[in-house]
Design a protein around this ligand. Structure first.
Ligand code: APR
Length: 252
């Protein structure tokens, strides 16, 4: 009995022939690395209130709490490993001339998996900087937190914050422009492991489709854009993506 193939031959053929591919990933691709997603049962926003932790006002109200929460998330990410889904995207990048990996994730796992052209729409929690003078923070600066004091910039004394986009903040302009350009020129666009409910990231697959890209979604459940894509490959990214990369490799 042939195992069920969750994607069509058309997708494999299009990827194998593609000159330009863009991918958008969300927390779902890191789920199999043990990193909790945000909106699934048991997800981060089920346990923590984003308005208390992931915005500037909350940070300035209680910098120590927010710094401790991100120190906790950094430790979880440091212990995690890229999974087969991350590795499959790093392999796909080597098979396709123009490949852009746009991620909403801040866990650095795509870079650790070997992906090179990564566009971090929501930043990267492994980096921190001063909220006032923007000086990048060294690991040693963050260790002040262990003394029970909020970690501060050694230059100007401002609080240190993670280099992630908080609710109510603008996304990095250059990253968003690069993502839009990649979506516009893509022959194939993959939306992977995202609920596609947070904008402007959720706009990007639709932008690709409007410009003529073949858009496929890889998810364990249809997302908010499932009705606006050409194909939904249902299954865990860690299973679907290695099979998709292998099928494309065999065709190129
Ligand atoms: N493989 C593929 N998809 C998966 C898997 C898996 N193993 N496990 C879960 N998913 C899917 C879920 O079905 C859901 O569609 O991943 C998605 C996770 O959705 P969210 O938790 O909403 O995460 P995301 O879409 O990345 O959230 C976007 O919201 O809070 C902000 O800044 C945060 O970047 C985040 C943004």
């Amino acid at each position: 009995m042939m195992p069920h193939v969750p994607f069509t031959d058309a997708l494999v053929e299009r990827l194998a022939r593609a000159r330009s591919v863009a991918v958008l990933t969300g927390a779902g691709i890191s789920a199999e690395s043990g990193i909790a997603t945000f909106r699934d049962p048991g997800g981060i926003w089920e346990r923590f209130r984003p308005e208390e932790l992931a915005n500037v006002r909350a940070f300035l109200r209680n910098p120590e709490l927010v710094q401790a929460w991100y120190a906790h998330r950094r430790a979880l990410v440091a212990e995690a490993e890229p999974n087969a889904g991350h590795l499959a995207l790093a392999e796909l990048e080597t098979l396709i001339p123009d490949f852009t990996l746009i991620t909403q994730n801040v866990d650095d796992l795509h870079r650790r998996a070997g992906s090179r052209n990564v566009v971090e729409l929501h930043g990267n929690l492994t980096r921190s900087s001063c909220i006032d003078c923007r000086r990048p923070a060294a690991e040693a600066d963050l260790r002040m937190l262990a003394s029970g004091e909020p970690a501060r910039c050694p230059d100007c004394g401002g609080y240190l914050r993670p280099d992630v986009v908080w609710f109510g903040e603008m996304l990095p302009v250059e990253a968003l422009e690069t993502a839009h350009e990649a979506a516009r020129r893509a022959d194939v666009f993959l939306s992977i492991g995202t609920s596609a409910v947070v904008y402007p990231a959720a706009e990007i697959p639709r932008l690709a489709r409007e410009q003529g890209a073949y858009v496929a979604e890889v998810n364990v459940a249809p997302s908010a854009i499932a009705g606006d894509v050409d194909e939904v490959a249902l299954g865990p990214a860690g299973t679907v993506l290695p099979r998709l990369a292998a099928a494309v490799r065999a065709r190129r």
